[in-house]
Ligand binder design. Structure first.
Ligand SMILES: [Zn+2]
Length: 221
């Protein structure tokens, strides 16, 4: 587990990755959180990730209460329940990135999962489709349960699309989650182009298993 200071550095780096890799919309809207320890997380408290700074990363208990007096603003308090529920449901998740990545969000608006048919996704361990959680108001318990229901149905999916809204990507640490969001945005753009050409061909059913074997195979020689 990282120190709070190191984790903040990683979260700022993750914000830069999202911009540099064009995973954010022109509004810059998105949020980032990271697991600080068993009880607490750090969460961004800005509407535009260009405004992210150490001071705008606030510590919050997994219960949703600010860890220090009055440190949490309105943006963070809106998003804490959803982020906290994901950390509780997936103990291995160390960070969550939420973006309105334009092409991935196009899938969310269309209510279409992003299929795992692109080699670039395989390299990030995405071998299952990225499902869509049905829209619900962003501060509602319904949204949390819609997201958790899709995570239950797709235990291998490291991301969920929020219907009519955007993308949530999970990772072991903030930069990993940001790189994942960026490759999902890349995949979504390429898929839209492939649909114009008549559609994407599926990968062989064992493509994911092959990737796992290659990654896990011990180096020889
Ligand atoms: Zn949003």
């Amino acid at each position: 587990m990282f120190s709070e200071s190191r984790l903040k550095e990683q979260m700022l780096a993750a914000g830069r990755v999202l911009f540099e890799r064009r995973a954010l919309p022109p509004s810059g809207h998105g949020d980032i959180s990271a697991r600080l320890d068993d009880q607490n997380l750090l969460i961004s408290d800005v509407a535009d990730l260009r405004d992210l700074s150490r001071e705008r990363l606030v510590a919050v208990g997994l219960s949703g209460r600010p860890r220090r007096d009055g440190a949490m603003g309105p943006v963070a308090s809106e998003i804490v329940p959803l982020h906290a529920a994901i950390y509780l449901a997936r103990p291995a998740t160390g960070a969550i990135v939420h973006t309105h990545s334009p092409r991935a969000t196009a899938f969310a608006l269309a209510g279409r999962p992003i299929p795992a048919v692109y080699e670039g996704l395989l390299r990030f361990g995405v071998t299952d489709e990225i499902p869509v959680a049905a829209w619900a108001p962003r501060v509602s318990p319904e949204l949390v349960s819609n997201v958790l229901a899709q995570m239950d149905k797709h235990p291998g999916a490291p991301a969920v699309l929020l219907g009519n809204h955007g993308l949530l990507a999970f990772g072991p640490d903030p930069t990993a989650a940001a790189f994942l969001a960026a490759v999902i945005e890349e995949a979504a753009g390429i898929l839209i182009d492939a649909y114009l050409l008549g559609g994407a061909k599926p990968l062989p059913l064992d493509a994911g298993a092959w990737e796992e074997r290659e990654v896990l195979r011990p180096a020889t020689g």
